[in-house]
Design a protein around this ligand. Structure first.
Ligand code: ATP
Ligand code: MG
Ligand code: MG
Ligand code: MG
Length: 440
């Protein structure tokens, strides 16, 4: 069985042999890009190159980019734990052509790497193309994919744009059937919510520029941007059905179970909570390595929310001692070689996570009691929506991030009005502003 670090290295070696320059991962926080809280794809550090504003580092490049999808257009947070393949933090393997090769080579490389180097079973692979991209479909046929395995999709799935205007173009994706019986495969499974079908690799062919009027003109130089989740490729190569079954996650889950004095049966019963905690511990380790520590605004609040969501989940599992720090230490063991910034910050990861987790534990018990009582009152009066002021009190007095309150309510078949909550928050802001004025 191939170890995940070997899988990453094999991908990067393959493209280096094809004259790609290896570029180590950019930080999650790019000070040059104010439009994003966090890097969420391998191409983000090269945005200005694709826009023609910067010289490419070389004509071809490859990387394994740290990505975080917890905010903005790409926010997978609510999927995490439930989904066998969505994480907040993940590594995106990618190869890039900056005005150098195009569809022909990009498709040949991807196919050769997956089928000749990694030896994936051709019988489990599916290809999607943009409906009008006959050129890509033909190239896939040339490399040996049967026509019935090449599926056309519309713009939602297979046309990529950087923004309202700017570089854009058709994409083509490789999907993998993870199910136990290959004779059960069918085209409708691809891009559906059936977990037996997993999107593995996205190849984007940038060939147009979209102007203010929405019309497309060919770019002077065509480019390629690809992205494949290391966790997903590892899932396939290690013969499991979920990334949580790979060597990237198993040791973290084992540590959590040991801390909880529980065995696999407990994991099977509470898989969602264990998975989400393992996921969050990785994201937190990488955030702290970039000096993003729990706080009240922007990126810092992302860190706080992750810790508090994890603390709540830990409570549902009966975990009593602080568990995030030990889980994050295992993540450092697993990924420290590839990302040495983790090794340097080991002790900070420990103290920051332990402190924030303990701080929240103090109000979590009381907050949950308050929430329980509110829920009881609601159900007794036949209502389903928690009033805004109560959700705000959970935030203000007990430190519950709003999304955590939403999540707990959803678990009980209840909800809360975002608008009511917002109104209450603004009222409170005005009250404290008046208070400050009065004091002055
Ligand atoms: P999905 O449809 O599964 O949500 P996506 O289309 O949003 O994936 P892309 O934006 O195309 O993903 O990103 C390229 C690749 O990165 C995907 O093909 C997948 O391998 C990986 N990837 C995307 N999102 C995640 C995630 N949340 N966790 C792990 N890997 C991911
Ligand atoms: Mg997605
Ligand atoms: Mg997709
Ligand atoms: Mg995709």
């Amino acid at each position: 069985m191939m170890h995940s670090s070997e899988i990453r290295r094999t991908f990067l070696d393959y493209f280096q042999q094809k004259q790609h320059t290896y570029l180590s991962s950019s930080p999650l926080v790019l000070s040059s890009d104010k439009s994003l809280l966090f890097v969420n794809a391998g191409m983000v550090p090269f945005k200005n190159v694709f826009l023609g504003l910067e010289q490419p580092p070389s004509a071809r490049a490859c990387s394994s980019q740290k990505c975080l999808r917890v905010s903005g257009k790409h926010n997978d947070l609510e999927e995490v734990g439930r989904s066998p393949r969505h994480h907040t933090f993940f590594e995106m393997l990618g190869n890039f052509s900056f005005g150098d090769y195009f569809k022909q080579d990009a498709i040949h490389y991807a196919w050769e790497l997956l089928t000749q180097v990694f030896h994936l079973s051709v019988e489990r692979l599916w290809i999607t193309v943009y409906q009008d991209d006959e050129e890509a479909a033909r190239i896939w046929e040339d490399v040996g994919v049967r026509r019935e395995r090449i599926l056309p999709f519309g713009a939602k799935d297979n046309f990529w744009s950087m923004g309202e205007t700017g570089p854009c173009g058709p994409s083509s994706e490789i999907h993998y059937y993870l199910g136990s019986d290959p004779s059960m495969q069918h085209p409708e499974g691809v891009n559906s919510d059936d977990d037996d079908y997993m999107e593995l690799w996205n190849l984007v062919f940038m060939q147009y520029n979209r102007d203010e009027q929405g019309s497309l003109t060919p770019l002077s130089a065509f480019s390629v941007d690809t992205g494949m989740g290391l966790e997903r490729l590892t899932t396939v190569l290690q013969g499991v059905k979920s990334s949580y079954g790979t060597d990237l996650f198993v040791p973290i889950l084992q540590r959590l179970l040991a801390l909880n004095h529980r065995d696999d049966a407990h994991y099977q019963q509470y898989r969602y909570a264990y998975n989400a905690i393992a996921d969050h511990s990785r994201a937190l380790a990488f955030l702290i390595a970039e000096h993003i520590t729990p706080g009240n605004g922007g990126r810092d609040y992302v860190s706080r929310r992750l810790i508090r969501r994890a603390a709540y989940l830990g409570r549902t599992l009966g975990l009593e001692q602080p568990f995030l720090a030990p889980a994050a230490q295992v993540c450092v063991d697993i990924l420290g070689e590839q990302y040495p910034e983790l090794l340097q910050i080991r002790t900070d990861i420990d103290s920051i996570l332990t402190m924030e987790e303990k701080r929240f534990q103090r109000t979590l018990t009381r907050g949950l009691r308050y929430l329980d009582e509110s829920c009881q009152r609601l159900t007794q009066s036949g209502l389903r929506t928690l009033p805004g002021p109560e959700a705000f009190k959970l935030y203000d007095t007990f430190g519950f991030p709003f999304d955590l309150t939403q999540k707990i309510l959803a678990e009980r078949g209840l909800d809360v009005s975002v608008q009511d909550y917002e109104e209450e928050r603004i009222k409170q802001q005005q009250r404290s502003r008046q208070h400050a004025l009065f004091k002055a």
